[in-house]
Design a protein around this ligand. Structure first.
Ligand code: HEM
Length: 335
């Protein structure tokens, strides 16, 4: 399926998301193969997602049931899953540069369907000169590219060619292997764009779905209760969920499916399987540990923000009450 090509800077022809023809085909095929090698559909990837889910659970525990905006911690956890796949490591919650990368990716996600972006496509030279959101978009692109370039440099120094560990290792290997192939499109620029594409296509989409999932749980407490009952019926409180568990949790799985129903586009999502595994493990791990409820005296608002590439919930705060405390409080209230 073709994409509009902007000839002025050629940037959109690279990577996967905005690429066409030969570059797109080579990169899509290669990436699917490498994501499989890295554990897509295998236990190793699920282990990494379980680790991130634990970080997210720990974050909510640290909030002690106080009202919290879950947006950034969810983005951080989801971005760390992609990060482990492409860079081979995660970033801590207080890593300022990683926070900047996430903010840049989020900004680009909002910018892409905006009026400024359309104006830029029509009048690129003029929009380069004018002030406006497009200037921030250029800055975010540079920021993202610089971040990824530095990761590539450090992989170049430390990687073991016979034992690739992450997407960048595999890609650098591929550049070596295909250096005499005249039709190869594997080069550093395409690597940077492809990694950006993974972050752009794989982080906000998954985070927003999880944000909706938690919001809906507070809006429909009876559904939340059913999910929790089902989870408690099949798993101990310390059980680590894997994707296979969905077969034992048909109601929970149906709820996740229902929340996911928005997604549509011209192409087939390259990270569909990863997204499904992530959503299942994050959602079940959170609902296994907490009852989610709106802050006292507030009403749940499930009206989405209009516009943009995805249907996004309005910023909200939520209270994550660990199950033991919740049960204790109920007993106290019952006298
Ligand atoms: C709930 C989460 C997700 C949703 C709703 C979603 C949705 C989509 C949609 C609708 C498309 C087609 C876009 C179009 O053609 O206009 C797409 C493409 C894509 N997605 Fe996802 N996605 C999700 C998660 C992920 C993840 C985790 C990754 C990580 C690798 C990813 C990587 C990609 C890529 C690289 C493409 C471009 C494919 C191509 O152009 O051939 N997505 N996604």
């Amino acid at each position: 399926m073709g994409r509009p090509i902007r000839e002025e800077d050629g940037a959109e022809e690279k990577g996967i998301l905005f690429a066409n023809g030969h570059i797109w085909k080579q990169h899509r095929r290669f990436s699917l193969k490498i994501l499989r090698n890295l554990g897509l559909g295998r236990k190793s990837l699920e282990y990494q997602i379980q680790e991130e889910a634990k970080h997210l659970v720990d974050f909510f525990i640290s909030k002690k049931g106080k009202p919290t905006n879950p947006s950034f911690p969810i983005s951080h956890s989801v971005s760390n899953v992609i990060s482990t796949m492409v860079f081979g490591h995660r970033f801590s919650d207080d890593d300022e540069r990683f926070k900047e990368l996430i903010a840049a990716v989020n900004f680009m996600f909002d910018f892409l369907p905006s009026f400024s972006r359309i104006a830029y496509d029509l009048f690129p030279r003029l929009m380069h000169l004018l002030p406006g959101p497009q200037q921030k978009a250029f800055f975010c692109m540079v920021q993202g590219h610089t971040f990824i370039k530095e990761e590539i440099r450090s992989h170049g120094k430390t990687r073991d060619p016979v034992d690739p560990q992450d997407y960048i290792d595999y890609y650098l290997d591929q550049i070596e292997k295909s250096k005499d192939d005249p039709i190869s499109t594997f080069d550093e620029e395409n690597l940077i764009h492809t990694v950006m594409d993974f972050f752009a296509a794989g982080t906000k989409t998954t985070s927003v779905t999880l944000l909706w999932a938690l919001l809906y749980m507070t809006a429909y407490p009876n559904i939340q209760e059913q999910v929790q009952k089902e989870i408690q019926g099949v798993a101990t409180p310390s059980h680590k969920f894997c994707y296979e568990d969905r077969k034992k949790l048909p109601y929970t799985n149906a709820v996740i499916h229902e929340i996911q129903r928005f997604a549509g586009g011209h192409r087939v999502c390259l990270g569909e399987r990863l997204a499904k595994v992530e959503l299942f493990i994050f959602f079940t791990s959170l609902l296994q540990t907490f009852k989610f409820q709106p802050p006292e005296g507030t009403k749940v608002n499930i009206e989405p923000v209009i516009g943009g590439m995805a249907i996004i919930p309005r910023p909200y705060e939520i209270c994550a009450i660990p199950h033991e405390i919740y049960r204790g409080r109920n007993l106290l209230e019952a006298g």
